[in-house]
Design a protein around this ligand. Structure first.
Ligand SMILES: Nc1ncnc2c1ncn2[C@@H]1O[C@H](COP(=O)(O)OP(=O)(O)OP(=O)(O)O)[C@@H](O)[C@H]1O
Length: 258
C-alpha cells in the first residue's frame, strides 16, 4: 500500500486541520483530490511528504509504503513532487539545469557534495527539451517566469523516474501549450504500477487514467470513490457551495455554471 492514514489529527500552527482522518491509497492507484480553498488538500499532501507530522495518539498512524518511519531520502526517491510551496521555496540561486538535476538527489537547489554524472546531465537536458524549457539551462531560477519555473519543477519531479507523482495544482501558471504538455507527461507516467495523487481545482486536468476521486471539505473527506460516481453535478455543487453542471466526454470532465 502506498499510503495508509488511520485516525490522524493534524495541526498547522494553531489550526486543527484534520480530526481522525482516514485514507488508504494502494500502489498503482491514480487519484484526484478536489475541494474548496482552505479545505486541507495541501495539508494532506504535506502529511504524505512529511512536511507535517500527525499528532501522536493511540490507534493513529500514517504509513507510507507500509512503514511509519520511512527514511525521508528513500521517500523522495520514490516520489516526484510538484507544488506551489516548492516553487515558492525553491532557492533562487541555481540554474535551470541545476533545478532539474536536483530531482536526482531529492534536494532543493544545491545538491551538496553529490555530483551529477554525465548520464544524469544528458537525461536532464533531454527532459528539458521535451518540456520546452531547454533555453533555461544556464539561466538563474529567479530570472525565469512563473510558468518557466514550473516547467523546470515538472522536469525535476519526473527526472528520477519516481514510482509516484504528488502534484498540487500542477498547471497553475502554465500557458495552454505547457498545460497540455503537462497532461501528456502525466498520462505517459501512468503505467499500471505507478501512482498519482493529483490535487486540482480544474476538472479538465483530471486525466482519463485517474480512476478515483476524493472530495475534501473543511478537513473532512466528504466523498471518495469511482470517478464517474463522484464527479456529478450534485456532488461538485455541494462541494463548492455553488450550482454547477459537470459534463463528461471521452472520460474527460468539464465544469460550468448551472
Ligand atoms: N501557515 C499556516 N498557519 C496557519 N494556518 C494555516 C497555514 N497554512 C494553512 N493553514 C490553514 O490550514 C487550512 C488548510 O489549508 P490548505 O492549504 O491545506 O488548504 P487547501 O485545500 O490546499 O486550499 P487551497 O485550495 O486554497 O490551496 C486552511 O484553513 C488554512 O487557513
Amino acid at each position: 500500500m502506498l499510503l495508509d492514514i488511520r485516525n490522524a489529527d493534524a495541526w498547522v500552527n494553531q489550526n486543527k486541520i484534520f480530526n481522525g482522518l482516514n485514507l488508504q491509497i494502494e500502489q498503482g492507484e491514480k487519484i484526484a483530490v478536489l475541494g474548496p480553498n482552505g479545505a486541507g488538500k495541501s495539508t494532506l499532501l504535506k502529511l504524505i511528504t512529511r512536511e507535517i507530522y500527525p499528532v501522536v495518539k493511540e490507534n493513529s498512524y500514517i504509513r507510507l509504503y507500509g512503514s511509519e518511519t520511512i527514511n525521508l531520502w528513500e521517500l523522495r526517491k520514490k516520489i516526484g513532487l510538484l507544488s506551489q510551496d516548492l516553487q515558492a521555496d525553491y532557492t533562487p540561486y541555481c540554474t535551470g539545469l541545476d533545478v532539474v538535476l536536483s530531482g536526482f538527489f531529492g534536494s532543493v537547489g544545491q545538491h551538496g557534495h553529490l555530483q551529477a554524472t554525465d548520464e544524469q546531465r544528458t537525461q536532464a537536458l533531454q527532459t528539458m527539451k521535451q518540456l520546452g524549457i531547454i533555453q533555461a539551462e544556464s539561466i538563474m531560477y529567479q530570472r525565469l517566469s512563473t510558468g518557466q519555473q514550473r516547467r523546470l519543477l515538472l522536469a525535476r519531479a519526473l527526472i528520477h523516474q519516481p514510482e509516484a507523482l504528488i502534484f498540487d495544482e500542477p498547471s497553475s501558471g502554465l500557458d495552454p501549450g505547457a498545460a497540455f504538455a503537462l497532461l501528456k507527461q502525466m498520462r505517459n507516467f501512468c503505467r499500471p504500477d505507478h501512482s498519482l495523487i493529483l490535487v486540482t481545482h480544474h476538472l479538465d486536468e483530471i486525466i482519463p487514467e485517474v480512476q478515483r476521486v476524493v472530495l475534501i471539505k473543511q478537513g473532512k473527506i466528504v466523498a471518495d470513490g469511482d470517478k464517474a460516481r463522484i464527479l456529478t453535478s450534485t456532488n461538485i455543487s455541494l462541494l463548492y457551495d455553488i450550482p454547477v453542471i459537470v459534463s463528461e466526454q471521452d472520460n474527460w470532465y468539464r465544469i460550468r455554471p448551472a
